[in-house]
Design a binder for this molecule. Sequence first.
Ligand SMILES: Cc1ncc(COP(=O)(O)O)c(C=O)c1O
Length: 352
Amino acid sequence: MLTMFPELRSQIAIENIASLPTPVESLSFSEHAWIKRDDLTHEEYGGNKIRKLEFIVADAIRKNAKRIITVGAIGTNHGVATAMVCQQFGLECIVYLFDQPLKATVTQNLRLMQAYGARLIYKGSLFKAMLAYYSSPYRLQSGSYFLFAGGSNLYGTLGFVNAACELQLQIEQGDCPPPSAIVCAVGSGATLAGLAYGCQLVGLEADVIGVRVAPKKLGPIPACTPGTVYQLMMEAWRFLENHCHKAIPRPAAATLLDDYYGDGYGVATEKGLQALKRFKAMGIALEQTYTAKAAAAFLDQLERNRGPVLFWDTYNSRDMTARYSNIAPGDLPRNLPESIRDATTGHSGGAR
Ligand SMILES: Cc1ncc(COP(=O)(O)O)c(C=O)c1O
């Protein structure tokens, strides 16, 4: 991205957190099937959040932050990535947590956040967690950097504008053909917003298709909608216009599919489970909440689309067993309900 916008060099410090570029590989589903391996964005814990954190942590450090305060479901991947990176940079990490359906990946993430030294504050319902986040006593303390669920702020979005620039370079180098469509999972929105706007900026004419896996609203707050995604794109546009002192194209709206969501956030769908199995047979590990649903849409696009289709894999694939197995249920916050502690004990294996 800094090659395209050299003016940003002095204005947006990027801490080198991620291992980039991530590979692009063909998939044997068909000659048109490709994957972007963002499951490998970091040596220790990959996934899409790492790209966002490269820009977010740089912003936090520039603002003299001592701590990052965020919010998410008990199995939040964003919470794990943020806790890990905070530990790396000597920042405190506080996560307000709300419930989601319990499964192995969820309890493992809970243990990982604890292992990375995050202060976990369990609130039960989504409403209570949001209330606690917005009325947090840390708001009165200097050095507090508030980061909304999923890390989807301006800087998270810029992380994915950067990702589109990376892909364009890989295409120019002949690593993969220009895709006619790119498919990714959408929760808090910055992955889709940054990718779609970034593709537009680098002149990549792919149809960037987001697959909604999270509710349209979090309590009274709009969450996963075309409007929230577009708002992030507009923030990125304004930032680039202000900092680059030249005309930058306004973003075009991105595509957000509703059809793969099923019965709720974290609730598996039949199509998602089938897609998960097909990827597993190729040695690619997905999970039910995000990537299985996006993979189901990707497989449908492959059937419909005549050109190359790229699946943007957003889920960490590094083996974290050694990290989370040090954390026993007793190490978790005291106010966690018995049901979650029991599930944590029951989920001590590596099943997804
Ligand atoms: C594995 C995974 N994929 C996709 C997403 C969605 O990304 P975004 O929140 O940028 O829409 C998330 C967000 O939590 C995630 O954890």
